[in-house]
Design a protein. Structure first.
Length: 328
C-alpha cells in the first residue's frame, strides 16, 4: 500500500457518516467574529420534528468531530442565544453539556461558556471539541505518520486495511492472531457491535497512536478514532435508537480515521481569530458545580429537559434546549 501523505489543497467530499460536502466556518464568518443575530438566519420552523432536528451544512464544522445522535442541533442554540440577547460580554452555562453542542456553538460565536458533564466519554468529546489550539498541518502530518506505522504493522501480518470492496474478506491472512479487548472491557460492549477483524485493526491503530504519542495532537486523534468507530468501523446502527446492524466481516479503519483527522484540521484552520474565546468544561456533578458558579456571573443557563426526565423522553422527538433562563 502506498504511504499516507499530507494532502495538498484537498478536502473530503463526504464524511464517513454520509453527511455530504463539509463547509468551513469561513463560509459563515465573514469577519473574525459574527454576532449572534447575524448567525441566526436559520430559525426553527414548524416543519416535521426530523427536519427541525437535522444538522445544517453550515453547522458541521467542529460539531461533527463527535456528536451524540440525539443532540439538539446548533441552529436551535443560536436561536435561543439571539432571543436572550446573549453577546460576547455574557457567559452561558450548560450543566449537562453532553458532547458540547451548546458550548461549541457559543465559542464559534465568540461567547464565553461553561459546560459540566458527568459521563467521561461525553466530557472528553466536549473538551477536545473546544480545543482549537493544535497546529492543523502538524496534526495532519503526525496522523499520516501514525497511519503509515499502523498500515505497515497490518501488512506484516498479511492484512490489508482497505482492500477493494469486491475483495474484502478474501485473501486476508486467516491465520493471523487477532487482537481482542480484555474481558472486562468486552463486557461493556453491545454484543456483535464490532466484528473481530475491524476490532483487530482498530487495536493496531490505537497501539500505534500510543507508540507515537504526541501530546499536542493525541486527544484529537483519539476523538477522531471514536468518531470513525461509531460511524463506519463498527456494526452500530442508529434509527434513532442505538442498535446493531448487519455484521461487517471487514471494514477499513485507517482511512476513515485519517479522513476525520483531515476534517478536524480543516475546521481548526477555519477557526482563526476565535480560538481564544474562553470555554471551561468540567467533569462533575452539576449539583456540586452550581454552588461554585453562584459566585460568578452567568447570564444564561441552557440545557435540555430530557437530561432531567429521561424516563419520559421519547427518542423520536427532537432534542432541544428547552430550559433557558437568565441567572445573575
Amino acid at each position: 500500500m502506498p504511504p499516507f501523505r499530507l494532502p495538498a489543497n484537498s478536502e473530503p467530499n463526504t464524511d464517513k457518516c454520509g453527511n455530504g460536502k463539509r463547509r468551513s466556518i469561513d463560509d459563515n464568518l465573514p469577519g473574525e467574529r459574527r454576532s449572534v443575530a447575524a448567525m441566526s438566519d436559520s430559525r426553527p420552523s414548524r416543519g416535521a420534528n426530523g427536519e427541525i432536528n437535522k444538522l445544517y451544512p453550515i453547522d458541521r464544522a467542529v460539531h461533527e468531530w463527535y456528536r451524540f445522535v440525539l443532540s439538539f442541533p446548533p441552529h436551535l442554540v443560536r436561536h435561543y442565544l439571539e432571543r436572550f440577547g446573549i453577546q460576547s460580554d455574557h457567559r452561558v452555562l450548560d450543566p449537562f453539556c453532553g458532547t458540547g453542542t451548546t458550548i461549541v456553538e457559543c465559542k464559534k460565536l465568540g461567547i464565553p461558556a461553561v459546560g459540566v458533564e458527568a459521563n467521561p466519554m461525553a466530557h472528553f468529546a466536549s473538551q477536545v471539541k473546544t480545543d482549537w489550539s493544535p497546529d492543523p498541518d502538524g496534526l495532519l502530518e503526525h496522523a499520516c505518520q501514525v497511519a503509515n506505522a499502523a498500515s505497515s504493522e497490518l501488512e506484516s501480518e498479511g492484512i490489508e486495511d482497505d482492500p477493494l470492496p469486491l475483495f474484502r474478506g478474501i485473501g486476508q491472512n486467516s491465520h493471523a492472531r487477532l487482537r481482542t479487548l480484555p474481558r472486562e472491557s468486552q463486557t461493556l460492549l453491545l454484543i456483535d457491535s464490532i466484528s473481530p477483524l475491524p476490532l483487530h485493526k482498530t487495536l493496531v491503530l490505537l497501539d500505534c497512536l500510543n507508540q507515537h504519542r504526541d501530546e499536542r495532537y493525541y486527544r484529537h486523534e483519539l476523538l477522531a478514532l471514536a468518531k470513525a468507530l461509531v460511524c463506519s468501523i463498527s456494526n452500530l446502527h442508529f434509527g434513532p435508537e442505538v442498535g446493531i446492524g448487519p455484521a461487517k466481516p471487514d471494514a477499513p479503519v485507517i482511512a476513515p480515521w485519517l479522513a476525520v483527522v483531515h476534517a478536524m484540521a480543516d475546521d481548526i484552520r477555519g477557526m482563526h481569530g476565535i480560538s481564544d474565546v474562553p470555554v471551561e468544561v468540567y467533569r462533575a456533578d452539576s449539583r456540586v458545580i452550581f454552588a461554585q458558579h453562584r459566585r460568578r456571573t452567568t447570564f444564561l443557563v441552557m440545557f435540555s429537559m430530557s437530561c432531567l426526565t429521561t424516563g419520559l423522553w421519547k427518542p423520536h422527538r427532537p432534542a432541544r434546549p428547552t430550559a433557558c433562563w437568565s441567572w445573575p
